[in-house]
Design a protein around this ligand. Structure first.
Ligand code: FAD
Length: 401
């Protein structure tokens, strides 16, 4: 029996988009332009993270249904194939249409590629749900005593001799942790002295017995992060990524995406923010000093994006990026912080007077400013990135400690 005509047409269109990124871009742009709910998506603003994630889950389910966020992800993960370049184009087109990136994409960009590489069977089981907004995960790497120095972390997993591991310990600063369905946990399986050679990575269900998730309220009052406690949590061996004690390889692979791909996507968002700001500066007026700052920032964002594009291309070609992604992370974090400083300064009067915006919109702007104070900390602090660049890229003499 032959396949229905619609299926054949869709399959050939998918193949065309995979092999010809320009046609994917063009048709995705047309889809966004003609979308009857684009205005609602564009102007959506929330006074709490839970509602924002819930709305963005609906956005993802619609975009997935139409197929557009499936390019750049392998078929086993629910995608249609293609490379990181498709994902970069997806973010660029959202920015060009001034549409906010669904929040779940940020954690997916960080966690998804490592699961695809080190645990393809877990990727095929769960990533299609991630792409359609039915679930999202938290990255449980940092601990109260180990953020920059992950090799010193203390949470442990012990082989229970019955096909599983028992996890104990505490994680902190888990983004999207309060509502996550699963956690990618980095824990020690070797001796305390084994440092990075004795770590392993597990995908753990958030509702496993023994897990306690405690939301952390940020300065804005939003509960975007969480502490996660593991108390004799049993995890089946099938939830291990790669090998026992092979967690550092997973971390290094993941960091390329956390610093490079995430960086590229966040720069496209930065351009959206600059577009909003330009419109407002034109409407409300601006000082010549602010206009100069705007121009300098715009150039800085374009330069950082050009730099991050080389990382995206390398990842698309399957080349390791390694410490080079620290340059992207540094430039992108600075741009994100500087843009929000300018937004705050340019809108100060407007924000104080509250003219022309409702309370929810003002709250969202302030929350974003607060959040970007952490841009040079999350994903590895700026100081640590400078150290990596000095040691591994510039070959400078070792710092005396
Ligand atoms: C908004 C936000 C979201 C986050 N999301 C996540 C997440 O989803 N998952 C997760 O696992 N973690 C997450 N983190 C944690 C983040 O990765 C860590 O905060 C970061 O790596 C720094 O670690 P730390 O907080 O332990 O600070 P520390 O490592 O204690 O550093 C303290 C200070 O010392 C400096 N320092 C440390 N080591 C060096 C060095 N070798 N050279 C020079 N200076 C140094 C640092 O730059 C910093 O200024 C998030 C953090 C924030 C703020």
């Amino acid at each position: 029996m032959s396949a229905p005509v619609d299926d054949v047409v869709n399959a050939s269109r998918q193949q065309q988009y995979v092999s010809d990124v320009a046609s994917y871009r063009e048709d995705f742009r047309r889809y966004l332009r003609d979308l009857d709910w684009a205005e609602e998506w564009r102007n959506s603003s929330f006074d709490n993270t839970e509602d924002e994630l819930a709305y963005h889950a609906v956005v993802l389910s619609r975009v997935y249904e139409a197929g557009w966020n499936r390019y750049g992800w392998p078929e086993l993960a629910g995608g249609y194939g293609g490379t990181e370049i498709h994902r970069a184009v997806y973010f660029e087109e959202l920015a060009a249409a001034m549409l906010p990136v669904p929040e779940q994409h940020w954690t997916l960009e960080v966690l998804g590629p490592a699961v695809i590489k080190y645990a393809p069977e877990l990727a095929s089981q769960y990533l299609p749900n991630y792409l359609r907004g039915a679930e999202w995960w938290g990255q449980c790497f940092s601990e109260p005593e180990s953020g920059s120095d992950l090799a010193g972390l203390r949470s442990r997993a012990v082989d229970d001799g019955a096909g599983g591991f028992i996890l104990n310990g505490q994680k902190i600063w888990t983004s999207q942790g309060p509502t996550a369905t699963r956690f990618l946990a980095l824990v020690r399986t070797g001796t305390p002295e084994s440092r990075h050679r004795g770590l392993s990575t597990f995908l753990v269900d958030a509702d496993s017995p023994g897990i306690t998730v405690r939301p952390i309220a940020l300065a804005s009052g939003r509960r975007e992060l969480a502490e996660v406690f593991f108390d004799d949590v049993r995890v089946p061996r099938e939830r291990l990524l790669g090998e026992v004690d092979g967690g550092w390889g997973v971390v290094m692979h993941l960091m390329q995406y956390e610093r490079g791909m995430y960086g590229y996507a966040s720069l496209t968002t930065a351009l959206t923010e600059l577009s909003w700001l330009r419109a407002e500066m034109a409407e409300h007026g601006s000082s010549s000093a602010d206009r100069r700052r705007f121009a300098q920032l715009y150039v800085a964002v374009l330069a950082a994006q050009a730099r991050a594009a080389t990382t995206v291309r390398a990842l698309a070609e399957g080349r390791a990026v390694g410490p080079n992604s620290s340059v992207d992370k540094l430039l992108c974090a600075k741009a994100e912080r500087d843009i929000n400083d300018l937004i705050m300064d340019a809108r100060r009067e407007w924000l104080i007077a509250g003219a022309g915006a409702d309370g929810r919109e003002l709250d969202a702007i302030r929350a974003k400013w607060w959040y970007t104070r952490a841009a040079t900390i999350m994903g590895g602090s700026a100081e640590v990135q400078r150290g990596i660049i000095a040691d591994h890229l510039l070959g400078l003499p070792k710092e005396k400690r």
